[in-house]
Design a protein around this ligand. Structure first.
Ligand code: ATP
Ligand code: MG
Length: 305
């Protein structure tokens, strides 16, 4: 049985179609990533699966329980870490954890083992108000609160947004350990570099899945050669690249521009000659392997000029 299964889910807010035709399956013990930008529909999907709002179309189940008919059972087996405002800022670390345990009719002592690994890292601050914790510590506390009733499925909505890079890394290590304990995880993130840490991902934009697969297969599906292009004048370079008819797509990525060329119309040598002709200096054109962000850009059609 899949931990989560959704079939053609649709949801509207007034006239706005927030989700349409969403289908997904999260296998038991899998880490499934929802990767997409602001407003893509990630939180809406979590709220439907966590039984907080109803879908307009489609069906979904969590641990075999239907999100509409069996909502009470779902709440027992799911741990939900909403993106923002999940903690009570005026309560201390321990008071927050105690509160979440009591909601599920249990105690911190009774289920200590299920949060121990993570809780020990913040236990020295157990009497500090949650509002006074760093982003990384808040995130650990929120994860403990979502785990205290020993759920078999975790829903984590943008758990690493606004968290420093070291804490982000630590967080993903914690998720791997939870996976080893057999917990199934649906996690959303706007950070494309976190995609490779998931077993399977769905790229989501404007309420639709562009593609669902393993990160490796998504990268394999990138169907053009990709070039990294640099020169001494990066902003002029981007506009010059976009003026070239042989360039199929180009966008800024870190300290280089990622470029694909129209087959048969332009090759890297032609591009080099073109840029030299426009007086670009220190031009460097290198063939590179695509990453998930390149795939997202290609699939979303955003890179089409
Ligand atoms: N309660 C609501 N009423 C009206 N529109 C809403 C409501 N909640 C979300 N929306 C809209 O639905 C779309 C999807 O929003 P959602 O919050 O699900 O996206 P998201 O991927 O979680 O984005 P974010 O990165 O901002 O958290 C957005 O256009 C959003 O403005
Ligand atoms: Mg959201």
């Amino acid at each position: 049985m899949n931990a989560v299964s959704a079939n053609l889910i649709g949801k509207k807010y007034g006239k706005l179609q927030a989700l349409s035709g969403i289908s997904l399956e999260v296998g038991e013990g899998d880490i499934f990533g929802l990767i997409g930008p602001d407003g893509a529909g990630k939180t809406t999907l979590f709220r439907i699966l966590a039984t907080l709002i109803l879908p307009d179309e489609g069906t979904a189940s969590v641990c075999g329980f239907d999100v509409v008919k069996d909502y009470a059972n779902i709440r027992k087996v799911v741990g939900y870490m909403p993106g923002r405002f999940s903690l009570y800022q005026d309560l201390t670390v321990l008071e927050n954890l105690t509160f979440f345990a009591s909601v599920f009719h249990t105690t911190v002592e009774e289920n200590y083992d299920s949060v121990k690994d993570i809780y020990q890292q913040i236990e020295p601050f157990k009497n500090r108000r949650a509002g006074a914790l760093s982003g990384g510590m808040k995130q650990k506390l929120a994860l403990c609160c979502a785990l205290i009733h020993e759920p078999s499925v975790l829903f984590l909505d943008e758990p690493t947004t606004g968290v420093d890079p070291v804490s982000r890394k630590e967080f993903w290590t914690m998720l791997q350990r939870l996976k080893q304990r057999g917990i199934s995880i649906l996690v959303s993130t706007p950070y494309m570099d976190e995609a490779s840490l998931c077993d399977r991902i769905a790229l989501i934009q404007n309420g639709k899945f562009l593609k669902t697969d393993t990160p490796q297969n998504i990268i394999k599906g990138f169907d053009s050669e990709l070039w990294s292009v640099r020169s001494d004048h990066m902003s002029k370079l981007l506009s010059d690249l976009r003026l070239n008819e042989g360039v199929s797509s180009s966008f800024a990525f870190g300290d280089a521009h990622h470029v694909t060329l129209k087959n048969g119309k332009c090759n890297s040598h032609d591009l080099s000659v073109y840029l030299d002709g426009l007086k670009h200096t220190n031009v460097c054109i290198q063939k590179i392997e695509p990453n998930v962000e390149d795939c997202f850009m290609q699939l979303s059609g955003k890179n089409i000029l």
